[in-house]
Design a protein around this ligand. Structure first.
Ligand SMILES: [Zn+2]
Length: 428
């Protein structure tokens, strides 16, 4: 049994606007109690719990904010050393930097080292759930799942499926991808807090035969997720449509192979046609916004407001290594700036909801993660709004919790993540 004492902030539902104070719980002198399995059993004012749990171990964070850990809904485990690679857009960036780096994951020792580094970086930035691409080598996700299991961390991951338009070192024949993926699914899907995602990289690196493999894997294992990329870059879209001339638009390719559902994560989804947004709504598939990546690779501006109005579900993610930071603060800050360029001021309740309960709902995991409520895992992070001299100075003028969250988002980084707990266990 453990008590976490501090200012508690967590969403109950999606906020309608910046004034929607009914969308969250906020306890100034609150506490969260979790049991020995790391599951939350009570939330209340500390004064109402202190006697009842007087023998429990107490983590006292004073006036710091305790909130649910961030959920990163799209990133690439083999790209930690690709971050900050200069001067290219998507297709050239993949060929020049990403594919050569991903080929290194044929080596087990490399996978082992990188998986530890990758999850350390996510955790120290307050990310307690990750949805990740591996490399084409099944050993990449094998090591990543092992590392997540050690931490009792929620991880959704899959080896990428690729069989054309890349160096041989990162390609695999369709039949081999089928048998290798099937084996990994059997070993890791729904084991500990790990779940498997069927992961065709994108249409360009998939032959029709490989898309059929993805389809078979999903049909045979329909509790798995599907993750891929969609309409990130104009040249990518042109190249894609040439390879699948029978499909009227990019999304139709994934639709043709029956990969669209409420568990399908479509990273980027920037340059969408009207038919595509309608089909995404019909299939309940999810547009995943990756702002630092979209700006870094000059891909385009995500049409958040339009997608929301049309009823398309959206998630938010770092997309490292196209993305430039493991920090959700940096990610939300860039999301805000992208929307400013779209003449829409995304409010801090919307962004924090997005990166916690919103992403959890997109994954269908809202009864496990994404909010502080009874029965959920105690995946908790502690935010320090005064972690730098500038933030301390700015906080002197801060009046509300909404303003404080915006300050954290705009000025914060991993230094503002004071502590991280996964299923009640301290990771930072
Ligand atoms: Zn990506």
């Amino acid at each position: 049994m453990k008590i976490f004492k501090g200012r508690i902030f967590s969403f109950l539902r999606k906020p309608e606007d910046i004034n929607d104070t009914g969308s969250y719980i906020y306890l100034e002198k609150g506490a969260v109690v979790c049991d020995s399995n790391g599951v939350i059993i009570e939330i209340n004012d500390y004064s109402k719990l202190s006697q009842k749990y007087k023998n429990a171990e107490t983590e006292d964070f004073g006036s710091k904010i305790i909130c649910p850990g961030f959920i990163d809904s799209h990133n690439h485990f083999p790209q930690t050393q690709v971050i900050a690679s200069y001067g290219t857009k998507l297709l050239e960036w993949l060929n020049k930097y990403t594919f050569p780096n991903e080929s290194l994951f044929a080596d087990d020792k490399h996978c082992e080292r990188e998986s530890k580094m990758f999850l350390d970086l996510l955790n120290s930035n307050g990310v307690t759930t990750s949805v990740s691409f591996g490399s084409v080598h099944t050993s990449s996700v094998e090591y990543l799942f092992r590392e997540a299991q050690k931490r009792n961390m929620c991880l959704i991951a899959g080896n990428v499926l690729m069989d054309r338009n890349a160096p041989n070192t990162v390609l695999e024949k369709a039949d081999k991808s089928y048998s290798n993926s099937k084996e990994i699914i059997g070993r890791w899907h729904n084991v500990s807090r790990c779940k498997y995602a069927i992961t065709p990289r994108f249409a360009i690196t998939s032959t029709p035969e490989l898309m059929e493999v993805a389809q078979s894997l999903y049909t045979e294992n329909n509790s798995c997720y599907v993750q891929t990329h969609l309409s990130e870059n104009i040249d990518e879209i042109k190249a894609t449509l040439k390879l699948f001339p029978e499909c009227k638009d990019y999304l139709s390719i994934y639709d043709k192979y029956k990969l669209l559902s409420n568990k399908t994560l479509l990273a980027h989804s920037i340059h969408l046609e009207k038919n595509e947004t309608e089909r995404m709504k019909e299939t309940n598939s999810i547009a995943v916004h990756c702002p630092t990546s979209n700006l870094f690779l000059g891909s385009g501006l995500f049409r958040y407001k339009e997608l929301e109005e049309k009823g398309v579900r959206t998630a938010v993610a770092t997309d490292v290594g196209g993305g430039t930071s493991f920090s959700m603060f940096r990610t939300l800050d860039e999301a805000y700036k992208v929307q400013q360029l779209e003449n829409y001021s995304l409010n801090p309740l919307a962004t924090y909801f997005w990166s916690t309960l919103g992403n959890a709902e997109c994954l269908g995991l809202q009864n496990q993660i994404g909010s502080i409520k009874m029965g959920n895992y105690a995946d908790l992070i502690v935010l320090n709004s005064k972690s730098t001299s500038l933030m301390r100075h700015r906080m002197e003028k801060c009046k509300t919790i909404e303003e404080e969250l915006f300050i954290l988002q705009t000025l914060g980084d991993d230094r503002a993540i004071e502590a991280v707990f996964i299923a009640g266990k301290k990771m930072k």
